[in-house]
Design a protein around this ligand. Structure first.
Ligand code: GDP
Length: 137
């Protein structure tokens, strides 16, 4: 079993599609092992996306991620990291495959509905950024 970290981003919460994302997660055989709604401060978002600090879109991205509530989750499944990225689709919804969440629910390359870890090390760091102690054992 592998764990990954997922976010229903503020654009998807605003669109009232938390349930659609969760439904898909369950249909695809993931177990939700931890989950919470959060309101990230700008500093929280900057900490989470610290690896992107040098990217030209860092300011816009952290502004967006702190613009409203989001739902953070730890998901478990065989091959969870790769599978969740497959279910989400490409970063840019315009380039995402038919049937993927970003294609179905995303608006543009920034407001792309969901987040998923890209490797075991980032999954561990991201899970630990949000969950600990009583949330997840
Ligand atoms: P991911 O792993 O598919 O989420 O993509 P990245 O790690 O490359 O980027 C992280 C997040 O930054 C994406 O999910 C988008 O929300 C945002 N992002 C990526 N590229 C761009 C861009 O060119 N412009 C803006 N404004 N946001 C971007």
């Amino acid at each position: 079993m592998e764990r990954t970290f997922a976010i229903v981003k503020p654009d998807a919460v605003e669109k009232n599609v938390i349930g659609r994302v969760l439904n898909r997660i369950e249909e695809e055989g993931f177990k939700v092992v931890a989950m919470r709604m959060v309101n990230l401060s700008r500093t929280d978002a900057e900490g989470f996306y610290a690896v992107h600090e040098e990217r030209p879109f860092f300011n816009d991205l952290t502004q967006f991620m702190s613009s409203g509530p989001a739902v953070v989750m730890c998901l478990e499944r065989d091959g969870a990291i790769a599978k969740w990225r497959e279910v989400m689709g490409a970063t840019n919804p315009e380039e995402a495959a038919e049937g993927t969440l970003r294609k179905q629910l995303g608006t543009n390359i920034e407001r792309n509905a969901t987040h998923g870890s890209d490797a075991p090390e980032t999954a561990a760091t991201e899970i630990a950024y949000f969950f600990g102690g009583i949330d997840l054992r």
